[in-house]
Design a protein around this ligand. Structure first.
Ligand SMILES: [Zn+2]
Length: 413
């Protein structure tokens, strides 16, 4: 291990400049032992076999804590009693070629799987945590039948709650996006302002912990039935929308659809299935909230008002792209859960549907958001998305319909 001498900065390491890590990774191997531990702690010295740092975007806050003298940079976590409250996997998908490239399937098993290495003093950290929670959702009070198990006495919903930090296997990510790995590495390096030189200087390191938001899963029902062919699976994959999800802002359908997803997933769990909500931190179509609010202004102030007809165009004008969520990484989490079929899918997104089907996950019934849950100002978004290919049991709106769907004026807020 290298020390933490201040004043000595190693900007980056070149292959051959130092001995390669003694922990060689074999991504997709059938056991944790054969795959090997991901060593990404910044003080692990030559044991490091990954680029980036733990904690995603929060690694920057850790840097601030260290800078402020509030945190010892070589502090090691005491992992006593932190292990998962329920078992998840291993499932065959964890080692099926190309199925999982954006998370570490063994990330929650670190204390057990790498006991020997941890005892030797190697600083290996979990990238997944599995706990339990009860959800109090005001809209659902009285809407779900109390069963004392999944829906508790107060109407609260019992859930297994899982947090997953992104861990990217770069050759697999490049393949998903159909680009050469060297090009992907170079672009990641350049577009983060040169933040991770090892992306270009260490082609021998294949794993990258990117500074992006994480994924949270909520599971309802008996999770020991995951991975069994006959288990009924129902749920929603939701991309973050802080304005609606948390604050109830009415320009979109995000919270109403999320709550509807929770209700249906919990209801299906009560019938013996497993319900899931997957929540991805991809605010504003992964363009960020500042871009999103700029787009709102551009939409509301354009000639003719906020029309469904120009919904996507306005986003592209401001952001340079209509959507940056790129759903092709999203199915990984379903593979991790051992899911091969979603029986009921509370989503109208054609992009999510197509990404799942392309990844080999069958989809049964598609459940649209009930019309009475769509806020009036959100009809602009909903009609525009239907016209662009969103699932709808009725006919998609025509160009003429889109021109007629106009939202609230900026002066009316
Ligand atoms: Zn929204």
């Amino acid at each position: 291990m290298t020390g933490n001498r201040s004043g000595h900065i190693r900007l980056n390491s070149h292959p051959g400049a130092t001995a390669p890590s003694r922990f060689k990774l074999h991504w997709g191997a059938p056991t944790a032992e054969e795959r090997g531990p991901i060593v990404a702690t910044v003080n692990a010295g030559t044991d490091r076999n990954a680029i980036g740092a733990h904690g995603g975007s929060y690694s920057l806050y850790r840097a601030l804590a260290v800078s402020a003298g509030a945190m010892n940079p070589i502090a090691r976590p005491d992992l006593t009693n932190t292990h998962p409250v329920v078992e998840i996997g291993p499932f065959p998908q964890w080692s099926e070629p190309g199925r999982i490239v954006s998370l570490d399937p063994w990330g929650h098993m670190v204390p057990q799987a790498f006991r020997k290495e941890l005892a030797e003093g190697i600083d290996i950290r979990p990238s997944i945590a599995v706990t339990k929670a009860r959800l109090t959702v005001p809209e659902l009070k009285g809407r779900l039948k109390v069963d004392g198990k999944i829906v508790r006495e107060e109407g609260d919903i019992a859930a297994v709650k899982i947090a997953i930090d992104p861990v990217w296997y770069l050759p697999g990510i490049a393949e998903r996006f159909g680009v050469a790995e060297t090009k992907l590495r170079r672009t990641l390096f350049e577009q983060t302002g040169g933040m991770y030189p090892e992306l270009v200087t260490r082609p021998d390191l294949s794993v990258f912990l990117p500074p992006i938001g994480n994924t949270t899963i909520y599971l309802f029902g008996d999770v020991s039935k995951l991975g069994q062919e006959r288990t009924f699976i129902s749920g929603r994959l939701h991309d973050e929308c802080n304005g609606s999800d948390v604050f109830g802002s009415d320009i979109c359908t995000c919270r109403p659809y999320l709550v509807h997803g929770i209700e249906e997933a919990a209801h299906d769990a009560q019938k013996g299935g497993i319900g899931f909500i997957v929540y991805n931190r991809k605010e504003g179509r992964a363009l960020g909230e500042v871009t999103k609010f700029l787009v709102y202004n551009a939409r509301k102030r354009q000639d003719g008002g906020d029309q469904a007809a120009t919904y996507f165009e306005r986003t592209e004008c401001v952001a340079g792209v209509q959507d940056a969520r790129f759903q092709q990484l999203m199915p990984d989490v379903m593979h991790w859960l051992g899911v091969r079929r979603i029986d009921r899918f509370m989503s109208m997104s054609n992009m999510k549907h197509d990404a799942l089907v392309e990844a080999g996950i069958a989809i049964g019934e598609r459940v649209p958001i009930p019309a009475d849950l769509i806020p009036e100002d959100a009809s602009v978004e909903m009609e525009a998305k239907k016209a662009a290919g969103y699932f709808t049991p009725g006919a998609a709106p025509t160009a003429e319909d889109l021109k007629k769907t106009v939202g609230r004026k900026i002066e009316e807020f």
